[in-house]
Design a protein. Structure first.
Length: 219
């Protein structure tokens, strides 16, 4: 059983160590808990998360990031745009070990963190590419593209959809008011020959607020 260190008692450990969370993450729980522990200890110092986020680290960031995982096939190729602290990219890589996951991040210090975490967590399915998503539009395509807290939906479509292979999907985490962003994104999806955005409820753990996943298919 993985126990969080005493100095991290200010993190939402009751949720982190609950039976529901352990069952939700399954065999990836120990890896995820180790990642959360490092993020709690170093995230603020390294500019990855704000100090106010620590008391709700699991609910707002770890579990929230995992909400997108059921929408992604295990074994698929994945790119996470604007990976930052590894939310959701590293969480996806831990929960989808048969998938190849490309983490796209423009900031060097965040790329260093992602590299450290991939090595420490022994994530052989992770590749880190430093740069903006637009720089890779002609470099590769994947079956699924994810993002979280990166940009408004119309801008996100312009960034992400060119990375989606034909038959693939863009599945991104958004806030509760994402419906307001859909009309502005429709023009972009039509131009890029993608289907209209679907706003889906993403369930995770009992007691944790349902989040929204926007899915856009590229036929």
């Amino acid at each position: 059983m993985t126990e969080l260190p005493p100095e991290e008692s200010f993190v939402d450990t009751a949720l982190a160590e609950s039976t529901e969370v352990r069952e939700f993450f399954g065999s990836s729980y120990d890896q995820v808990a180790r990642f959360a522990s490092r993020l709690a200890a170093e995230g603020e110092l390294r500019g990855l998360i704000g100090p106010r986020e620590l008391p709700r680290l699991w609910e707002r960031h770890i579990v929230n990031s995992a909400a997108v995982v059921p929408f992604i096939d295990d074994g698929a190729s994945i790119a996470d745009v604007g990976s930052g602290a590894g939310l959701p990219g590293l969480v996806i890589a831990m929960m989808r070990p048969a998938s190849s996951v490309v983490l796209i991040e423009p900031m060097e210090r965040r790329c260093e963190w992602l590299s450290e975490m991939a090595a420490e967590l022994q994530l052989s399915n992770v590749e880190i590419r430093r740069g903006r998503a637009e720089e890779f539009h002609d470099a590769f395509e994947v079956q699924f593209v994810t993002a979280r807290a990166v940009a408004a939906l119309d801008k996100l479509c312009r960034m992400c959809l060119p990375l989606v292979a034909r038959g693939g999907q863009m599945v991104v985490l958004k806030g509760q008011n994402v419906d307001r962003e859909v009309p502005g994104a429709l023009k972009v999806t039509r131009k890029l020959r993608a289907e209209a955005p679907e706003v889906l409820d993403a369930q995770t753990v009992a007691g944790v607020e349902t989040t929204k996943v926007v899915r856009i298919r590229r036929p």
